[in-house]
Design a protein around this ligand. Structure first.
Ligand SMILES: Nc1nc2c(ncn2[C@@H]2O[C@H](COP(=O)(O)OP(=O)(O)OP(=O)(O)O)[C@@H](O)[C@H]2O)c(=O)[nH]1
Ligand SMILES: [Mg+2]
Length: 449
């Protein structure tokens, strides 16, 4: 999953490193260091793995250090907070004498403060670098089988990442994201955030570039995919506690997986101890009632159905009444696939919503169709105000464009991902999980880059 996005991210980091190393070579500002190059995804290794490795390599003086992850987040907040301080520091360096004359005491205090802070920073960096180089040595040792690449450089004079270094590279990334079916506004947002994060960063070693790019991209993507909204399970729990059924209506164009998803969700919540009922409100397509009945029978839940061609809103209404009367906790309303351009069918869908008063209207989109899925979601949202999204066929989607974009574009959360054709092939979507998928080490994706 998401292999194509992963490759784009890691290539961006490599290109920036090449650019800066090349420039430093021309400036005669580079020397090769012992130790191997740090691969992009090695920063995303799972926390436990990292801790294990740290334990293996622990030096006595490093024992009190926090976990790598905490350090990273401190790093970002520190860099952000320190932006202003850096400016002050630079100004101070430029005109130290003047200030000393005016306010010698204050200046002395200040400069002691700065140098103390600097010393602290340097100490910290030294420990960090020592640890890193130990890791790099090990990576190099591992690289006997050809996994790790190249050497590692340090800059004689510290370099600062400037806009000119990242402009072309980020433009390329933006184009690649668009080709990967990431929505325009999402690609632009990611690139802007990455630029903001990277420009101004001071680098001592080529590996710093990989690290900074990794966290800049991860930060940018984290912001994109974290869309607040309801969780179906939490809503169901709340409704059940009140003795009311949670009514959920599924909409989308033809063949995206609405009916299959209803079968999967009936199974999912049945296993959690709830009693779902399905409304066969696709009375339009030939064979639709039989298909949904087949799933209901397989899973073992009740289905409410009328004749083909009957009013789908009436079927949904009956299912809600049935759930209320029988104390069932969940109503899953299947609806006919409809193109967003078909006015009659879109009006019919609005009527089902008016009559059945669902707590959740879920748009079901096919992840493989990428930008089309995002555009459909936009249109359905305009027509009927959806509450969340389920993306199906994520198992067969290597691009990841819709998964990255759809929530951000319509500002509604992804609730579940369909990951196969079986009843158990569904998972609750979680932004942290997705981030982990995109930024954790994946030998296959790394090898192919
Ligand atoms: N690989 C994969 N296939 C899926 C997934 N979800 C659904 N499918 C397949 O997609 C096809 C269409 O699924 P349906 O559930 O009939 O789609 P629908 O949206 O109800 O279609 P209409 O009723 O015609 O609008 C079926 O062959 C499903 O098995 C998924 O998560 N992964
Ligand atoms: Mg269907």
């Amino acid at each position: 999953m998401f292999d194509s996005l992963k490759k784009k991210f890691s290539r961006t980091s490599e290109k920036l490193e090449e650019e800066l190393v090349e420039e430093a070579k021309n400036e005669d500002n580079i020397e090769e260091e012992t130790g191997g190059r740090f691969s992009f995804f090695s920063f995303g290794r799972k926390k436990e793995e990292k801790e294990e490795e740290e334990e293996e390599n622990l030096l006595p003086e490093a024992e009190e250090e926090e976990s790598e992850k905490e350090k990273k987040s401190r790093f970002w907040s520190r860099s952000k907070d320190d932006d202003d301080e850096d400016v002050e520091e630079e100004a101070e360096e430029e005109a130290p004498e003047e200030e000393v004359e005016e306010e010698p005491e204050k200046e002395e205090k200040k400069s002691r403060f700065w140098s103390r802070n600097k010393d602290k920073e340097e100490d910290k960096e030294e420990v960090e670098e020592e640890k890193k180089s130990r890791f790099w040595n090990r990576t190099k040792a591992e690289s006997a089988d050809g996994e790790a690449t190249g050497g590692m450089f340090s800059f004689v004079r510290e370099k600062t990442i400037q806009e000119k270094h990242v402009e072309d590279i980020l433009f390329e990334l933006e184009m690649e994201l668009l080709q990967g079916d990431v929505a325009m506004e999402v690609a632009t947002e990611v690139v802007e955030n990455v630029k903001e994060n990277l420009v101004g960063k001071k680098i001592k070693r080529s590996n710093d570039i990989t690290e900074y790019t990794f966290y800049a991209l991860k930060d940018a993507v984290a912001e994109i995919i974290d869309i607040p909204g309801p969780s179906m399970t939490e809503m169901l729990e709340e409704k059940a506690a009140k003795g009311e059924p949670l009514v959920v209506m599924f909409v989308g164009i033809n063949g995206t997986g609405k009916t299959t998803t209803i079968g999967k969700l009936a199974n999912y919540y049945l296993k959690k101890g709830y009693t779902p009922v399905i409304a066969a409100s696709d009375t339009f397509r030939a064979g639709a009632i039989e298909q949904v009945t087949y799933h209901a029978d397989n899973v073992g839940v009740k289905i409410i159905k009328h004749k083909k061609g009957s009013d789908p809103a009436a079927v949904a209404f009956d299912a809600v009444e049935h759930a209320r009367a029988q104390g069932k906790e969940l109503v899953l309303i299947d609806t006919a696939g409809r193109m967003q351009t078909n006015t009659n069918l879109m009006d019919e869908m609005k009527k089902i919503k008016r009559v059945s008063k669902p707590d959740l209207v879920i748009f079901v989109g096919d992840a493989i169709t990428g930008n089309d899925a995002t555009e459909q979601a936009r249109k359905f949202n305009e027509a009927i105000d959806i509450d969340g999204v389920i993306l199906t066929k994520a198992d067969a989607d290597s691009k990841g464009g819709a998964s990255l974009s759809i929530g951000y574009v319509i500002k509604k959360p992804i609730l579940f991902l369909g990951v196969g054709q079986g009843y158990d092939d569904i998972m609750e979507y979680d932004a942290d999980w997705m981030l982990d998928q995109l930024f954790s080490q994946d030998e296959e994706a790394v090898d192919e880059t």
